[in-house]
Design a protein around this ligand. Structure first.
Ligand SMILES: NC(=O)c1ccc[n+]([C@@H]2O[C@H](COP(=O)([O-])OP(=O)(O)OC[C@H]3O[C@@H](n4cnc5c(N)ncnc54)[C@H](O)[C@@H]3O)[C@@H](O)[C@H]2O)c1
Length: 270
């Protein structure tokens, strides 16, 4: 039996149709939250939303929106606050990957633009539109909580995914900037996942492990990451237990970013 600390609270999750976003959505709804799920993939969004309502009985509002487009984001934010009377949790999570391989000097401009627009500008636009309303909410001691999905690629830059690495480093910086702007009413933190099978790897463990082997990635805790590993930290950041924490980045990666470099010191299999 989980504690329903999100009863009466709304959670908005971008990239909510798949992967981590879907995991956050189930976890929050089962702790009492009503949801706004935002995604560009309409069909998957409908499927995920229906499933969550069926399994949890909570209200789930699906909104199709491209987070990189300011007009769509502002319309989405207005609709979100009309449908739910508050948004207490914002998971800025929607994101896409680079084509794996070309380094910064070979990166094509169209991928630079796509990655920066969705992975960095998208999170900024959504925070701007949601937080100007969120900070007026009457919840005490914290009016709302923002959780960004960054990446360990933003901590240890990887020249086979250069635009992705720069965007995620930007998300970690933006987390601190927003934490300054929104204190003391709103907490802002980031989670940096390592390697977890989701839509960014076409849901293929094989594709993900090939990438890890190519980069000689070794995981000190010697297993692959799961969606649940990341969801658990997000639940903590959404809970009152984290009310005194803001501006931080939490790697959830089995130790790769902080203790796993250089990789060949470790004897782990994965
Ligand atoms: N899977 C990993 O190992 C890993 C590691 C580090 C960081 N991340 C990050 O996790 C976040 C979630 O990705 P995931 O791994 O769950 O993959 P995913 O592909 O399963 O989910 C991403 C979701 O974002 C949506 N999306 C993409 N572009 C969008 C846009 N312009 N507007 C709105 N929605 C859009 C997709 O339709 C999808 O549903 C991303 O920010 C990703 O960079 C993933």
């Amino acid at each position: 039996m989980v504690e329903k600390f999100l009863e009466g609270k709304g959670a908005l999750i971008t990239g909510g149709a798949s992967g981590f976003g879907r995991g956050f959505a189930f976890a929050y709804a089962s702790r009492g939250a009503d949801l706004v799920l935002v995604d560009i993939n309409e069909q998957l969004l409908e499927e995920t939303s229906k499933k969550i309502t069926q399994e949890t009985g909570k209200k789930v509002i699906p909104i199709v929106c491209d987070v990189s487009k300011s007009d769509q984001v502002e319309a989405m934010a207005k609709q979100a606050f009309n449908e739910l009377d508050n948004i207490y949790i914002l998971n800025n999570n929607a994101g896409v990957g680079d084509p794996y391989g070309p380094d910064l000097l070979r990166l094509k401009e169209k991928y630079w633009d796509r990655l920066f627009d969705i992975n960095l500008k998208g999170q900024w636009l959504v925070s701007k539109s949601i937080c100007k309303r969120m900070k007026k909410q009457a919840f005490k001691p914290i009016a709302g909580k923002v959780i960004h999905t960054a990446s360990i690629a933003g901590m240890i830059v990887d020249n086979k995914i250069p635009a992705y690495s720069m965007c995620k480093a930007g998300v970690i910086a933006m987390t601190k900037l927003l934490a300054q702007s929104l204190a003391p009413n709103i907490t802002v933190n980031a989670i940096s996942p390592g390697y977890h099978v989701t839509g960014v790897y076409n849901n293929s463990e094989e594709a993900m492990v090939m990438t890890m082997n190519d980069g000689n990635v070794k995981t000190p805790l010697n297993r692959l990451g799961t969606v649940e590993d990341v969801v658990k930290v997000s639940v903590f950041l959404a809970s009152p237990d984290s009310d005194f924490i803001t501006g931080h980045n939490f790697p959830v990666d089995g130790g790769i970013a902080e203790v796993g470099v250089p990789a060949y010191y470790f004897k782990s299999d994965v």
